[in-house]
Design a protein around this ligand. Structure first.
Ligand code: GLC
Length: 728
């Protein structure tokens, strides 16, 4: 008889329900030492009423509570410890949207692996990451946590992060169970307002928002977190069709669902459950395994059983899934395996910092560089470094940074001082990061702006460090007008009016709509929230030690009124034609974003030749290889990303103007030329027919290569997908 069968046969109903309960614990709850304090929660663990914990950090504290579970409880079932290890535990990589801009799956995997090592070393078993919500609305603060606007990128990001977090063997003491979140389409919340209902077509759901999650399942993620939202009135935390029929039934997901915080209880607020008992029953029947903090399961499952809303078999089946994940993680054999002092992490702290420094540099996107004002020369007159974030450590690591604030963070000021030993760097705050609360604050801002202006006049070049305060990014951080905060725009205008060469370094978690500023500044470098080594990485780029290579993972709107603006839209029956009034357009702003998906400049100078197909016509089973030639015509080495798009010209349903099929980052020395070959298989030509079932439709496909989704700059070749020969 298996361990799980044996346990189920002996568990009381309270112990079974306990395995479905995840509670949030802070350090104040658990006193380390020979015996944890007699706290209600500790007693809950001892009595088997809690089976998983989130937010407890510190190896000693985690092990102290685990000791209560495996030595003092009746059945000795180990606890599962979870935390949001999203882009680092101590050592932070750039925020996910920023890291996506590197378009480097190898790097995405590497930073996840290093985060897993730090988290496992501290006793953590599971992370609530990767966040895989594609997003096309920068009013939504959580766009910072995900992989941008495109599902092909989302799929690659999902697979890389699951591999990185979990490694090859979930039972390894260095494996951190990955949670694909937030399932699904959370990024499509109405008007970019966090938690708001989602209203999208089933086609868009399947073509844009589900692929990354399917990729995470195929990569073997051990957990999925359903989103807070409802899709067309179906709350994700209580929907059997999505959680069980689709993800478990069709995709073969064998892990567990971890609810979002309080989300099971929120089925009452959604209006699909009359009370917590019904909420518990609906969620359990949908397939939800762990109830995070809502108390619906601990308070509602027993009454639900008594009311006949659920069966004990369903409870057993759910408990078995949770125990199976604990078993797969090796927790029964090694409840203290994560954080075993006898097994140091494979990487050193110095190696982890070198990797996040590389990631920060690779994630930065050079939007403009008029007159090649960047890189700044190593010698010359003083540099003015001005802005509210120049010494702000939180601004470097951004939201969801784990314990990053307890680690050394390199600020912009420190980075610039180190990068320009031969030049004086003069620093001024310029203004507060956010709006002044009172007259005193306003007066202080006025003084700071004047001081910054005066300092700038004494310098040869100005670097304006501007952006969005990190506390305005992430969860519950929707902004109707995502732009600079406080008096930063006024500061920028005053500095620009001096006529000095001016470089903007933008720290943000989303595209900030500041079109005038971006047009007036001589150069703009978007560094996102760059992570623990942010100051050094940004200075490396400004000083030219590293050439920018990032590409935008989201379209950058010219105006908030364009939102959502993205490259994958369908043509409509009246595609925009310049000068033709009755075609799809605005009267007051252009349709195109200020910068398209994929945009990003370099200190090198890349050229691309038209794509060459291995055959102009092919059958699906043969596939096609598309080759293009990339040249670095510049005087410096550099890296860039080449994108391959397709357009299904005529199909049974209207197809997007561009569909991203492949991307690859390539590094070239000055003057170097290299061919890139992309192999497309039948799967790349499959579409969802009118019935939303996958199908292949022969016909013409336009295949385009480019450095961005700017259609005017793409190089295109048409190929023919031939019908399969008739079976004799
Ligand atoms: C939060 C977030 C989720 C996170 C969870 C635990 O509300 O929605 O992304 O993993 O709670 O912190």
């Amino acid at each position: 008889m298996s361990r799980i069968t044996e346990l189920l046969a002996t568990m009381t109903l309270e112990e079974k329900i306990g395995q479905l309960v995840m509670v949030s614990l802070g350090a104040e709850t658990i006193v380390t030492g020979p015996r944890a304090a007699e706290e209600p929660t500790v007693e809950d663990v001892r009595s088997g009423r809690v089976g998983s914990v989130l937010n407890l950090v510190g190896r000693d504290r985690i092990h102290a509570l685990q000791r209560v579970a495996v030595e003092e409880s009746r059945l000795k079932i180990p606890l599962l410890f979870g935390l949001d290890v999203v882009h680092g535990y101590f050592t932070n990589a750039p925020v996910p949207l920023g890291e996506t801009a590197a378009f480097r799956p190898d790097l995405w995997e590497k930073t996840a692996r290093l985060a897993a090592e730090e988290a496992c070393d501290d006793g953590i078993h599971l992370t609530f990451a990767p966040m895989l919500d594609c997003a096309r609305d920068p009013r939504w603060g959580r766009i910072v946590e995900g992989p941008g606007e495109d599902p092909t990128v989302g799929r690659a990001f999902a697979a890389a992060k699951v591999r990185g977090f979990q490694g090859a063997d979930p039972a390894s003491p260095w494996s951190l169970a990955a949670t694909a979140k937030h399932f699904a389409a959370y990024g499509a919340c109405t008007a970019g307002r966090d938690y708001a209902s989602v209203e999208i077509s089933e086609r868009t759901l399947h073509e844009v928002y589900l692929p990354a999650f399917e990729a995470a399942v195929k990569a073997g993620c051990l957990a999925i977190m359903p989103a807070f939202v409802d899709i067309a009135g179906r709350p994700m935390s209580g929907d059997h069709g999505f959680l069980t029929d689709l993800v478990r039934g069709r995709w073969g997901f064998e892990g567990i669902y971890v609810s979002d915080y309080d989300a099971v209880g929120e089925l009452v607020a959604h209006g699909v459950a009359a009370d917590m008992v019904e909420a518990a029953a609906i969620a359990l029947k949908a397939g939800m395994d762990l109830d995070m903090e809502s108390r619906a399961y601990p308070d509602g499952l027993k009454p639900a059983l008594e009311r006949g809303l659920i069966s004990i078999d369903l409870i057993d089946e759910t408990v078995a899934r949770v125990l199976r994940v604990k078993e797969r993680l090796g927790l029964f054999e090694a409840p203290f395996g994560r954080g075993d002092p006898a097994r140091p992490a494979a990487s050193t702290r110095a190696e982890r910092r070198a990797v996040v420094r590389e990631a920060a540099a690779a994630s930065a996107v050079l939007l403009t560089n008029r007159g090649r004002v960047l890189p700044l020369a190593p010698e010359g007159g003083p540099i003015a470094l001005i802005g509210p974030f120049v010494d702000d450590t939180a601004q470097m690591i951004g939201p969801w940074s784990g314990l990053g604030d307890q680690d050394e963070i390199v600020t912009l000021t420190a980075g610039f001082a180190a990068a320009f030993p031969g030049r004086e760097v003069r620093v001024a705050e310029g203004c507060a990061a956010d709006h002044a609360e009172d007259d005193a604050g306003a007066a202080c801002d006025a003084m700071l702006i004047a001081e910054a202006e005066a300092l700038a006049t004494t310098c040869d070049v100005v670097v304006l460090a501007l952006g969005e305060p990190s506390e305005l990014s992430g969860e519950a951080a929707s902004r109707a007008r995502p732009g600079l905060t406080g008096r930063q725009a006024e500061l920028a205008a005053r500095i620009l009016a001096l006529g000095k060469p001016c470089v903007v370094v933008m720290t943000c978690g989303r595209p900030l709509i500041e079109t005038e500023l971006l047009k007036k500044a001589d150069a703009t470098l978007v560094v996102w929230y760059p992570g623990s080594e942010g100051g050094r990485a940004v200075a490396d780029l400004v000083a030219g030690a590293v050439s920018p290579s990032g590409s935008l993972p989201v379209s950058w709107p010219l105006d908030v009124g364009q939102i959502p603006v993205f490259f994958g839209e369908r043509p409509s029956g009246r595609p925009f034609v310049l000068g033709e009034h009755f075609t799809t357009q605005y009267l007051d702003v252009p349709n195109t974003p200020l910068f398209p998906f994929g945009h990003g400049l370099s200190y090198a100078d890349f050229g691309l030749e038209a794509p060459r197909p291995s055959s102009p016509a092919f059958r699906a089973g043969e596939g096609v290889v598309v080759t293009t030639r990339v040249t670095n015509r510049g005087a410096r080495a550099g890296a860039t990303t080449v994108f391959l798009f397709s357009r299904d010209v005529v199909a049974s349903t209207a197809r997007p103007l561009l569909e991203l099929k492949r991307f690859e980052t390539i590094e070239l020395a000055a003057g170097e030329t290299r061919d890139l070959a992309f192999t497309l298989t039948a799967a790349d030509f499959v579409l969802l027919g009118p019935d939303l079932e996958p199908r292949l439709e022969p016909g013409r496909f336009d295949l385009s290569v480019g450095f961005s989704a700017d259609r005017a700059s793409l190089k295109t070749v048409s190929v023919e997908l031939l019908a399969e020969p008739a079976v004799a």
